[in-house]
Design a protein around this ligand. Structure first.
Ligand code: GLY
Ligand code: MN
Length: 481
């Protein structure tokens, strides 16, 4: 129904109205701290008790008067949504009461660094029932202990985080909270997915700018600089992890972060970099040819195999699938590809997989959870063992299944690391590797392609939109506007 003059609208008793309220005020879009606190209590299986979490304190570097950059403790953030230093939070399970403690007012701090949060500001900003100054913490804890501690414990993450309370003999439980929080955090809610999607959007912009400008660059440092510039300028001050911009053989060093070598004469650069948004990570790797096209058949061939590893795994992502199975599948695709190129030899796919020879080229896991940490926590490790390092493949039926709402990476890679190849020559699996052939690939370093996937009941949503494959090549060739 469309009405040009609302004042002339006559509503009869038979009319139905569809009223939608669109709320744009950010106060109504708070971090769902209370929902998270309840979720942790459910995972704890507790009907009472007090969850007590310590936020990150302000810390200086050793032997220096300079503060370390602040990074909130992720467990604390999960049930508070507070990205400020020197705070505490408690959740009284029985009374469903979430309380935040903010630092007392400090005039010197206010003059030098700006004022810390007041209780009124915090009450407005966060999804918290009660906000108090730090001064009230010990008294509140003592009152709670008097009333409830006989029957129910204070849950803490680590023995070092035991609260200071006047009475010495209070009951704490430091075994249950960590696994309960890990289990709570492994499936993301709608708010968290929005944050990871936004982090990916900014990573997309930054990866695109690299593709558009790499032809003018002469050193890995410029890649890091432009990536960082783009993220910070778009409001993402923090990276989810240190930027990896490895050209040539540096691409074969999995966590290469020096990023200071000239790129002239090198074939590929492996750029593993992801912005963080409101404490949520993105994790994106692209391997970029240096030039307008593939610099060699070697580079193109390895990229093609890794692309196939990723595509074969991604299309199988769905609730109920065992991630470990995808990891093993990636090895199978890698083995077939490396056999085609003559790098693996003298065995069936199964024999080679059992030998562990493909792990010389693909030495890391296929992926991990992404969330408040780039390698996010979960009830069980997603691949459930360092299986890729085992010689023998043993199907592990106890490894976890993908669930709707998990966000995971699919990040296959193939690397030609000189030291790894040299060491492999001493192992019994050496008989499956054509070292002469493999060494020809050392100059390309390696290829990794990594996307972040939201698992759904019917499949997945790829949250990573940074260009790869043909779309990437088009930008490098400047065929797009
Ligand atoms: N992107 C870094 C890592 O997954 O280890
Ligand atoms: Mn990763």
């Amino acid at each position: 129904m469309r009405v040009s003059d609302p004042s002339r609208l006559v509503v009869s008793p038979d009319d139905t109205c569809d009223i939608r309220v669109v709320v744009t005020d950010s106060e109504c879009d708070k971090y769902p701290a209370k929902q998270h606190a309840r979720r942790v209590a459910t995972k704890l299986g507790a009907r009472d008790g007090l969850i007590y979490l310590v936020g990150k304190p302000t810390l200086d570097w050793g032997d220096s008067d300079q503060p370390r950059p602040f990074r909130q403790r992720r467990y604390f953030y999960y049930i508070s949504g507070v990205d400020e230093a020197d705070c505490y939070v408690t959740y009284d399970v029985r009374n469903d009461l979430l309380t935040l403690y903010v630092p007392n007012f400090d005039l010197q701090h206010a003059i030098w660094m700006g004022p810390t949060l007041t209780v009124d500001e915090a009450r407005k900003r966060y999804d918290i029932d009660r906000v108090r100054y730090y001064d009230a913490l010990q008294g509140d804890l003592a009152t709670w202990v008097d009333r409830y501690n006989k029957d129910s414990p204070i849950y803490i993450l680590h023995p070092t985080q035991k609260p200071r309370i006047a009475s010495e003999d209070f009951r704490v439980d430091f075994d249950s909270l960590l696994p309960a929080m890990n289990a709570a955090r492994e499936v993301k809610d709608e708010y968290e997915i929005r944050m990871i999607r936004q982090a990916n959007k900014i990573s997309d912009l930054a990866h695109r700018r690299i593709l558009e400008n790499i032809h003018c660059m002469s050193n890995e440092a410029e890649i890091e600089g432009l990536f960082l510039d783009t993220c910070v300028s778009h409001g993402a001050k923090n990276q989810s992890y240190e930027i990896i911009a490895g050209s040539g053989p540096n691409a074969a060093v999995l966590h290469y972060v020096k990023n200071d070598e000239p790129i002239k004469g090198r074939q590929l650069v492996c750029l593993d970099a992801g912005a963080e948004w409101n404490c949520y990570a993105s994790d994106v790797t692209r391997t970029i040819p240096l030039g307008q096209d593939w610099p060699s058949a070697y580079a193109k061939d390895i990229y093609t195999v890794v692309e196939e590893m990723q595509e074969e795994c991604i299309r199988r992502v769905k609730q109920g699938v065992r991630f470990r199975y995808l990891h093993e599948l990636a090895h199978v695709v890698a083995i077939k590809g490396l056999q085609r190129l003559g790098i693996l030899k003298d065995g069936s796919v199964e024999e080679i997989r059992r030998s562990g020879a493909s792990s010389i080229f693909f030495p890391h896991g296929l992926g991990h959870h992404v969330g408040l940490e780039v390698h996010d926590v979960s009830a069980l490790p997603i691949t459930a063992s360092n299986g890729h390092q085992k010689r023998e493949f043993v199907p592990q039926l106890s490894t976890p299944l993908l669930q709707e709402g998990m966000v995971i990476t699919i990040e296959p890679g193939l690397y030609f690391n000189e030291l790894a190849l040299k060491n492999a020559q001493t192992l019994w699996l050496a008989k499956y590797i054509n070292f002469e052939k493999a060494e020809q690939y050392i100059p390309i370093g390696g290829v990794r392609i990594e996307d972040d996937l939201l698992v759904t009941s019917t499949g997945y949503e790829n949250l990573t939109t940074a260009p790869k494959g043909e779309e990437m090549l088009k930008i490098l060739r400047r065929e797009t506007n």
